[in-house]
Ligand binder design. Structure first.
Ligand SMILES: N[C@@H](CCC(=O)N[C@@H](CS)C(=O)NCC(=O)O)C(=O)O
Length: 127
């Protein structure tokens, strides 16, 4: 396959707020048709296949991830968004639904995650 025919693959994890943020960006930026999107559920065969594919190419696997060129992979939602925002000349700050999500559900999920960690720490037996 030549680079001209290359279609990036976006790997997204079900229930992952960072994966959803990235997916929302590509959708609202009008780029979704340029991607192959592979979504997986934790513990699924699809997850095992995706991890086996991408692990050799990354220092640390996290989701979302993208294969942005043949054999070249990248993680970190902000970096993935920045790459395609640049390429498509789109300013993510101007995408209304993305920003409603970031300032609402995404922010709240982060707060709940931190609160949950704190509560778990308090439940740990003192050393
Ligand atoms: N800073 C990262 C955070 C991504 C992240 O923490 N993703 C979680 C899922 S929500 C993950 O990949 N966990 C490790 C794993 O599933 O192997 C980003 O913005 O992409």
């Amino acid at each position: 396959m030549t680079d001209a025919n290359f279609r990036p693959t976006l790997y997204v994890k079900q229930g992952c707020p960072f994966s959803f943020k990235t997916l929302l960006f590509v959708l609202e930026a009008g780029l979704i048709d340029r991607f192959e999107v592979r979504e997986f559920a934790q513990g699924s065969d699809e997850e095992a296949a995706i991890r086996a594919e991408i692990e050799p190419h990354l220092e640390k696997v996290s989701f979302p991830a993208v294969q942005y060129a043949p054999g070249q992979y990248q993680t970190e939602s902000d970096d993935i968004i920045a790459r395609y925002a640049r390429e498509a000349n789109v300013d993510p700050a101007q995408l209304p639904v993305l920003n409603i999500y970031l300032n609402g559900v995404f922010k709240r999920v982060g707060q709940l995650f931190r609160e949950n960690m704190e509560l778990k720490k308090q439940l740990e037996p003192a050393e």
